[in-house]
Each structure stands twice: as structure tokens, then as C-alpha cells.
Write a protein that binds this ligand. Structure first.
Ligand SMILES: [Zn+2]
Length: 322
């Protein structure tokens, strides 16, 4: 049995996005996810002060995955703890913590192929400089299956839930089943209004695993993800809302898959559409969001289906009709 521990959301804004970290008020306090470079000083320190806690007492920095808006603040927060907190990340996403360049390479290998932005690489490179507070080696590499002791009787178990990224993990406070998933439960997406995942099959099986095996008592999300009607969930879902969000995420993945498979079967077509070469998918799904806005989940996700269904072509250029 573990003693009940309190969880406090810590908010910091970033453009169109609300970034959320979570403070686990354990004997060895933990913060799940770190926002961007400015988030620890601007969002976390004042929020911790307001609840009578100090950043220098934080002993664990638990990263749910390798995206810049979750690990960008890790180095800065680690500094604010007097370099005493242990930084935890899945080994598959650890390159994103070690290297800013890894984010640019990921862009070029995936969504960048569809955005046709001649300045895309330079823009992303500049963003990684501004938003990632420092490159660093994690203290603890996980693969799922580990248990971390946060002092006293408080333990957190680590579960591999890949799909949104290869190294996405859930952290579960044992005994009270509070579950932190970062961006692994996308529902209808956040500010871009489209769910983002690099590996559709694993995204689906991770949702199924959360739904059937973990069964969260509370589910903590990395952003206020949206329902079908566009209204956002909060970032702190009770058991009923968690079941609903997981079911909706599974339902939407099935619809996106149908549309993506139909589009791939018909052949990708390079057109003037902003959704090219997958305009048919946007049409089938009624998606009207701007697919070029970073982080461009539309192209990330469709590239994932394309890679899964036709692995021989994923590195090739899309044919043009010029
Ligand atoms: Zn993410």
C-alpha cells in the first residue's frame, strides 16, 4: 500500500498551446514533463511557491516523451533543482534529450517531406535553440516495466505506450492509479485539431492497453485535447472521462485509418491543396485545420500510415506531375 499523494498541474503558455506539467507531492517530489525553456522559471517556480513547495526540493524529472514542448525545459528545471533531480526518459526518445539536431532530423524524415517549406529546416533548427534549454544525458533510461521509488511508500511504475512517439511512456502512481500519459491519448488533437502519432498500430495498441489493463482512476494529459465537437477536455480526467477519451481516441484512429488506406489505395496525388498528397483524407474526415502549422500532426500521422502500409516507399520523394 502506498500513501495517497497529491498531484498539482503546473501551467505555462506557449503560443497556441497550453503546456502542462504535473507536480507529484511525494517525499521525493517529482515533476512530470517540463514544457519549454522558459516554463520552469515562468510557470513552475511561481506555481510551486503558491502551494508552499520549492523547485530545489524536486528530486525526479519524469519525461513522458521526447517532443520539444515536454522536454525543452528539462535542463533548466534540472539546474533549478541544484542539478539534484534525476531525469528519466524512455531510451527510444532519449536522443531527443541529448541532441537538438535529432528534432530537425525527425522533421526532415517525416512531416518536412510534405510541407515543402524551403526554410523549414532553418526554422526548426532556430526553434530548437530557443525552446530547448540544454542538451543533456538522462540519469535513468527506461523501457517500461520499471518501478521508481519517490520515497516513503510512494512508487511510480513505468509503462511503455509507444505510438505518438517511439518512446512514449505512462507513469502510474501505484495504489491510487493516477496515470500521466503526456500526448499518448490524442482524442481529436490539441490546437491543430488532428491526432498526431508516428506509428498507428502501436498508437492503437497503447490506447487499448491503457483502456483494458491500466484503467486510470485519474488520467493526466499533456494538453487540453479536443472532443469531436471541438470542446476541450481538461488535463485532469476522472475515470469516466478517461474511458470516454480513450474510446474516442480509438474511434478516431479507426476513421483516420480508413481514410488513409483509401487514399493510399487510390494513389497519393500531388495537387495544389495544402493537404497534398493526401487531400482525399482531409475531405473524407472533414478536416479543415491548417496542416502546415507546427507540429503538423496531419502530415506526421499520414506519413505513419504510409510507412506502415508501404514500407518500401517511405523514403522516396513523392512523384510530381511536372
Ligand atoms: Zn508530443
Amino acid at each position: 500500500m502506498t500513501e495517497p499523494v497529491a498531484v498539482h498541474p503546473l501551467f505555462s503558455p506557449w503560443g497556441r498551446f497550453g503546456l502542462y506539467s504535473f507536480f507529484i507531492d511525494a517525499p521525493e517530489p517529482a515533476i512530470v514533463d517540463t514544457g519549454i525553456a522558459s516554463s520552469p522559471a515562468e510557470g513552475m517556480v511561481p506555481a510551486l511557491e503558491a502551494i508552499g513547495r520549492r523547485n530545489e526540493d524536486v528530486r525526479w524529472i519524469l519525461l513522458t516523451h521526447g517532443h520539444i514542448d515536454h522536454l525543452g525545459g528539462a535542463h533548466a528545471l534540472w539546474e533549478l533543482t541544484g542539478r539534484r533531480a534525476r531525469v528519466v526518459i524512455h531510451e527510444a526518445d532519449a536522443p531527443m534529450l541529448r541532441s537538438r539536431r535529432a528534432h530537425v532530423d525527425e522533421y526532415l524524415a517525416g512531416r518536412g517531406q510534405y510541407l515543402h517549406d524551403p526554410d523549414g529546416e532553418a526554422k526548426l533548427s532556430a526553434a530548437t535553440q530557443a525552446v530547448i534549454s540544454g542538451e543533456m544525458e538522462p540519469d535513468v533510461l527506461v523501457r517500461g516495466g520499471e518501478t521508481l521509488s519517490l520515497g516513503g511508500n510512494v512508487t511510480v511504475s513505468v509503462h511503455s505506450i509507444p505510438g505518438h512517439t517511439p518512446g512514449s511512456v505512462a507513469y502510474v502512481i501505484d495504489g491510487q492509479n493516477d496515470v500521466f500519459v503526456g500526448d499518448a491519448v490524442q482524442v481529436h488533437g490539441a490546437a491543430n485539431g488532428f491526432p498526431g502519432f508516428v506509428d498507428p498500430a502501436r498508437y492503437r495498441s497503447s490506447l487499448q492497453y491503457l483502456s483494458d489493463e491500466i484503467r486510470p482512476r485519474r488520467l493526466y494529459l499533456g494538453h487540453p485535447y479536443r472532443r469531436a465537437d471541438g470542446t476541450p477536455y481538461g488535463v485532469e480526467l476522472d475515470a469516466g472521462q478517461a474511458r470516454e477519451a480513450l474510446r474516442e481516441s480509438l474511434e478516431l484512429e479507426a476513421r483516420v485509418k480508413d481514410a488513409a488506406c483509401g487514399c493510399l489505395a487510390a494513389g497519393l496525388q500531388d495537387t495544389d491543396s495544402a493537404y497534398s498528397p493526401s487531400a482525399r483524407v482531409a475531405e473524407d474526415l472533414g478536416y479543415q485545420g491548417d496542416p502546415t502549422l507546427e507540429p503538423s500532426p496531419f502530415f506526421t500521422t499520414l506519413h505513419g500510415y504510409r510507412t506502415a502500409l508501404d514500407p518500401t516507399t517511405h523514403d522516396e520523394e513523392i512523384s510530381t506531375h511536372e
